[in-house]
Design a protein around this ligand. Structure first.
Ligand code: ATP
Ligand code: MG
Length: 701
């Protein structure tokens, strides 16, 4: 152990050895907070003779818990039964022992969010309420907010007349099933520890409690920790108020600020030396976070060499940005950097698609942490299924997928019947016509006929509508957009954004490949299907893609942060309040400080929104980094093609006959400028003389 202690710096050592009063370690990113917790536990066991099972260490995620346990056992070189877990798992353990006190049998069931929604659905049905007005996912989050005390039941009554009744029935049914949801776990844990004898028993039992990522605990979790340690003050919490990024989930920055109030004799130790980042990266992080007003304020230094400057790439477009990232990664891999040493962060999930496409094109294996790959998302699969049904009359799987999505009263019985029909009838539309004849009710018949109409309508639009508009048309004609709004009230917008991204992708693909109509979609679908097949074949090391939120606590030698534009990062929803922007800045600080050696920042001057390019401004956070730390990457210094400058071999020689999507074939009269942005004036038989930008033309001769 003496040797281990030598692996710590002065303040870290002090933090590990201090037991005289409650301990608050407030320290910036990468300063060894998690390391201190781990070493402190090891020290308690090895040197102070604590029984491991009487130490409780709380982490933010299960993944973090496993990692901590591994590190600990690495230090001690043996297995130890320390309670390393999240607050939720801790409460489950308490409840297994004492649930009877709260009226639950010890073998209670835990309801996840799907179970929860299913139960709510049933209740809405039983109460004869309109399922359109009471969507299960909205009600689920209302219930959660009420349970957490964010809103009162009364105030919710204003929006949902029957919410009181639903709430009561929901809890009653849960209890009848001997079940608890996630909120119940924390609440019950707190309630058990509010009982005098249990409080005594557990606060006696645990000789020491440690909490990592303390800045992101919420009120109920705080109360649990408090009841275990209030009397003896045997607690050590580590956190960084500059990394509080979950205020929307009820995490409370006040917790950290009020620790000293609840424990007046608390000792505060600051760790000021960062071991993770290069000098340059750390200077940038410090400069950025200094712009926040709501902070206790601390300085962080490092002895690591300055290393390479931060790279900044100003892309002309989002496509170019993703190409820059993927081609740079490719160069790194060639030089021997391990894929697992590289991470790409973005602010919102929808941004991953364009990055995924670029990585796939370069043949770089990647994994998405805490997210679903773009083409595997439900809303994307649904819309693609409509497209496929319209294109391929034989695609039964896609037909079954959309038969009752959105809900049109064609449930299991109808599906069974359709499957029967499809055994003899080849062709989706014919089968649907037969189904219309054989269903029992007039309502169902109408529903099937409507579906046939929808498919026909999409089919009709395929040759004429531009791709982005076609995708939009699919979501409106099928009622899919309304369905999203109803079923996913909290996140329908981000789902819809994903669908719009799909439209953007196909539009890009069309322009790149100079394809249109049926041919375009068939090509596009086979491209994405093939590439996802390859994904599955790839094994071994992968580059990591994730949102900034998911990156908390982790570290990577090489980090890319994409989309540093106003409205994206900081996110548009944060812009109307100072607090909102400060939270975004903390998030940016988290992102920057994940990088050990190399940080690459980028933004796009134009980004595709809603099918057309909009110009965007670079993020204010970029201006907060001192310019001498940054080196702009010039276009010629990087490999890969600049976006939009398509390398059609024809673009250099003078075209004679061209083809345009809308105008058809044309005879060229004049060309001004060169390359893809050249202005071409041509005569089109049905439209007369038109001037068009080269990139929208296919050169025929
Ligand atoms: P975050 O705020 O991001 O959670 P943290 O404060 O928890 O960061 P750690 O993850 O514990 O920081 O440490 C950051 C890195 O620095 C780790 O790789 C860790 O092993 C290393 N490190 C910390 N302290 C020392 C030390 N005294 N000597 C050598 N390496 C150290
Ligand atoms: Mg940590």
């Amino acid at each position: 152990m003496k040797e281990l202690i030598r692996e710590l710096n002065q303040q870290q050592r002090e933090a590990v050895l201090y037991f005289d009063s409650p301990l608050l370690i407030l320290a910036g990113a990468g300063s060894g907070k998690t390391r201190v917790i781990t070493y402190k536990i090891a020290y308690m066991i090895e040197e102070l003779g604590f029984e491991p099972e009487r130490i409780l260490a709380v982490t933010f995620t299960n993944k973090a818990a496993n990692e901590m346990k591994e590190r600990l056992e690495g230090l001690l070189k043996r297995e130890v039964p320390v309670w390393v877990m999240t607050f939720h798992s801790f409460c489950v353990r308490l409840l297994r022992a004492h649930s009877v006190r709260l009226g639950y049998k010890p073998n209670f069931v835990i309801f996840d969010s799907d179970d929860k929604k299913r139960l709510i659905k049933e209740i809405i049905k039983d109460l004869n309420l309109d399922p359109d007005l009471y969507s299960p996912s909205t009600i689920a989050s209302v219930i959660s907010n009420v349970k957490n005390g964010t809103y009162s039941l009364d105030s919710m009554n204003l929006y949902y007349e029957n919410i009181g009744q639903i709430f009561e029935l929901y809890n009653k049914r849960l209890k009848e099933s001997n079940a608890l949801d996630f909120d119940d776990l924390l609440i019950c844990g707190r309630d058990l520890l509010a009982q005098e004898d249990l409080k005594r028993r557990y606060s006696d039992y645990f000789r020491y409690v440690l909490i990592d990522e303390y800045q992101d605990t919420n009120r109920i979790q705080y109360e649990i920790a408090l009841s275990l340690t209030k009397e003896k003050g045997n607690i050590c919490v580590v956190g960084d108020e500059d990394q509080c990024i979950y205020t929307w989930r009820g995490a409370n920055i006040e917790n950290i600020l009020s620790f000293e109030r609840d424990f007046p004799n608390a000792k505060v130790i600051k760790l000021e030396k960062n071991y993770r980042c290069s000098g340059t990266i750390l200077k940038a992080a410090n400069a950025v976070i200094a712009n926040n007003r709501k902070r206790k304020g601390k300085t962080l230094f490092t002895e690591n060499p300055d290393g390479e400057p931060i790279r900044l790439f100003a892309a002309e477009s989002d496509v170019e940005e993703s190409q820059f990232i993927s081609s740079t990664i490719k160069q790194f891999l060639k030089k021997g950097v391990k894929p697992s040493d590289i991470a790409v962060f973005y602010r919102t999930n929808a941004q991953s698609r364009i990055l995924e496409d670029a990585l796939r094109k370069e043949g770089i294996a990647y994994q998405i942490v805490g997210g679903v790959k773009f083409y595997e998302r439900k809303e994307i699969k649904d819309v693609i299924a409509y497209l496929r049904v319209a294109l391929f009359d034989s695609d039964v799987v896609s037909l079954l997928r959309i038969l009752n999505v959105p809900k049109r009263g064609l449930g299991d019985a109808a599906e069974k019947k359709l499957k029967e029909i499809l055994k003899v009838e080849k062709g989706n539309l014919k089968a649907l016509e037969k189904l219309a004849e054989s269903v029992s009710s007039a309502r169902q018949r109408k529903a099937v006929e409507d579906l046939i109409e929808i498919i026909r309508a999409i089919r009709e639009k395929i040759p004429t509508l531009p791709p982005y508009d076609l995708i939009k048309f699919i979501t409106t004609v099928s009622g899919y957009k309304e369905y999203l709004q109803k079923e996913y009230r909290e996140d329908w917008e981000s789902r819809y954004e994903n669908i719009e991204e799909l439209g953007n992708t196909i539009q890009d693909f069309a322009e790149r490949e100079k394809l249109e109509g049926e041919e375009l979609y068939v090509e596009f679908l086979s491209t994405i299907t093939l590439s996802s097949d390859q994904d599955e074949m790839e094994e071994g090391e992968k580059v990591t893609l994730m949102t900034v939120h998911a990156s908390k606590g982790l570290e990577f030698p090489v980090v890319f942060i994409a989309g540093l534009e106003e409205g994206i990062f900081p996110h548009v929803r944060s812009l109307d309040s100072a607090d909102g922007v400060e939270e975004e800045r903390r998030l940016f600080y988290v992102a920057v400080t994940r990088a050990k050696k190399l940080l690459s920042l980028s933004y796009a001057k134009r980004r595709r929104f809603f099918g057309t390019y909009k110009s965007s401004q670079k993020s204010r956070f970029l201006d907060e980094i001192p310019s001498h730390l940054i080196k702009e990457v010039k276009k010629k210094e990087r490999s890969g093609q600049p976006a939009l400058q398509k390398t059609s071999s024809t673009s250099d020689k003078k075209p004679k006959i061209v083809f345009h999507k809308k105008f058809g074939k044309g005879v060229v009269k004049r060309v001004e400028g060169s390359g893809d942005n050249a202005k071409v004036t041509a005569f089109f038989a049905n439209y007369g003389e038109k001037t068009v930008i080269m990139k929208f033309l296919k050169v025929l001769a």
